[in-house]
Design a protein around this ligand. Structure first.
Ligand SMILES: [Zn+2]
Ligand SMILES: [Zn+2]
Length: 462
């Protein structure tokens, strides 16, 4: 989450606060919230049951938080949670999409619902100062040893996944259908969902009618649920542009073709892609995140490199942006007089992360079901241009699979209120300082996922 996204979401959440002033941190607030829900059809029974599980779930959370693993390295994490699922009575398959786990519970006729949590941590040195902070290190692909941290909150996702599994197993006689619970590797690299699908997730196991997941949010107060209908997160493309020049002495520029000047022209012309070529009503972002070239004051380099992130929602806009980048890179080099055999090379990284689509009607149906239970703690929020490979589960079979990912706010209430007063800046996801109000996130997400799944798989005649 960027600061900009946080500011966009903050007003809606601030409004909601008026109606939920009792929501604070940890258990007392949840007890208050519990008392507010006498109007739910179960009279707060599910919430009370989740609260009973919370001490053990918080222990699990602390263990997961202290022991993060990098993308596709989630061996211990996967084994630990597979074991729990097996003990609960699921048919468990490990090693799906390298380190992924699939746990299936067949419970009679009815729809198939898939619940997904992601498992990977990030190469971040934790600086929260929490007693259960990670001190783990690992060596990522670049070969430089780093600390590892659950800085995106995937430990929250996994803990609520276990909490939800427990509830649904205990409540077997309240639903009918097939439950598929998956633990996905490598969300952070955008590869894990695709790896599981390519390893037969929809062929070797019951194919879902519905897929649900949540992500913690670092710009919203703990215990709030945010959702977006339609496109919720963006297509994410990483583009590399290598710009050849003809190098030489800085004092004799007329004997060279300066790739820094060509690169600068490309960077400036790229700003017109979104502002002049894309329909203003279609969200799009082109950000040049890196521009590298040269070594010394008086040498004209023979190469410059750009690294660009490109964001969009639709396939059409994505294609327009990517072809526009290639056209601009080529055009600016030609304008500088570069020969045809030394034009920029534009590479789009594969695989890219496709946009995430929340089916509008499905989203409304799920949120309407949760509404009596959470009241003003549920808010529709603006979509964002961040990315999530959750979108792959829809893309793999768009005619038959409906998907929804929603946000659960994680900011401790006092910190959120201080940030609203302008007193502090909140850390974003991926920050070494991200320290969510874990008990509130886990309890909220467990209750929401359990209730939504029960709604989707009613007992026939029940
Ligand atoms: Zn992340
Ligand atoms: Zn994440």
């Amino acid at each position: 989450m960027t600061r900009k996204q946080r500011l966009a979401l903050a007003p809606a959440m601030a409004l909601a606060l008026a109606g939920a002033a009792a929501l604070g941190s940890e258990t007392p607030a949840l007890a208050d919230a519990h008392m507010e829900t006498s109007e739910t059809s179960d009279g707060g029974e599910l919430r009370a049951s989740v609260m009973e599980d919370m001490p053990a779930l918080v222990d699990l959370y602390k263990d997961l938080h202290a022991n993060p693993e990098l993308s596709f390295e989630e061996h211990e994490t996967a084994a630990k949670l597979a074991e729990r699922a097996r003990a609960m009575g699921f048919e468990v398959t490990e090693g799906v999409g390298r380190t992924g786990v699939v746990a299936v519970l067949r419970n009679g006729e009815g729809p198939t619902v898939m619940l997904r949590a992601d498992m990977d941590g990030l190469p971040v040195v934790e600086q929260t100062g929490l007693p259960y902070a990670s001190t783990r290190t690992a060596v990522p692909a670049n070969g430089v040893e780093t600390g590892v941290m659950h800085a995106c909150g995937h430990d929250l996702h996994m803990t609520a996944w276990v909490g939800t599994a427990q509830q649904l197993v205990e409540r077997r006689d309240e639903w009918s259908g097939t439950l598929v619970m998956i633990l996905q590797p490598a969300e952070e690299t955008g590869e894990g969902a695709l790896a599981m699908l390519e390893d037969g997730l929809y062929e070797r196991f019951p194919k879902p009618d519905y897929v649900l997941a949540f992500h913690d949010a670092a710009q919203a107060p703990a215990g709030f649920i945010g959702y977006s209908k339609g496109y919720a997160l963006a297509n994410v493309d990483s583009v590399d542009v290598v710009i050849p020049g003809i190098g030489g002495h800085g004092a004799y520029p007329h004997t060279t073709k300066d790739p820094l000047v060509i690169g600068s022209s490309i960077v400036m012309r790229l700003q017109t892609l979104v502002s002049r070529e894309i329909n203003p009503l279609d969200p799009a972002v082109v950000t040049v995140g890196s521009f590298a070239a040269g070594s010394k004051h008086n040498i004209i380099s023979d190469e410059a490199r750009l690294q660009i992130t490109v964001r969009s929602y639709t396939d059409e806009v994505r294609e327009q942006l990517l072809s526009g980048i290639a056209r601009i890179a080529r055009g600016e080099a030609l304008a500088a007089g570069m020969p045809e055999d030394k034009l920029p090379k534009v590479t789009v990284q594969e695989p890219y992360t496709p946009s995430t689509y929340n089916h509008p009607e499905f989203t409304e149906e799920v949120m309407a079901g949760l509404s009596p239970r959470f009241g003003e703690r549920i808010q529709e929020v603006p979509s964002v241009m961040g990315g999530e490979d959750f979108g792959q589960f829809y893309r793999a079979d768009p005619d038959n699979v409906q998907t929804l990912i929603f946000w659960v706010g994680g900011v401790p209430m006092e910190e959120f209120q201080a940030s609203q007063r302008g007193e502090i800046e909140l850390p974003s996801l991926h920050s070494p300082f991200w320290a969510p109000d874990a008990p509130v996130v886990i309890a909220t997400a467990t209750e929401a996922l359990t209730a939504a799944t029960l709604d989707l798989m009613p007992k026939s005649g029940g």
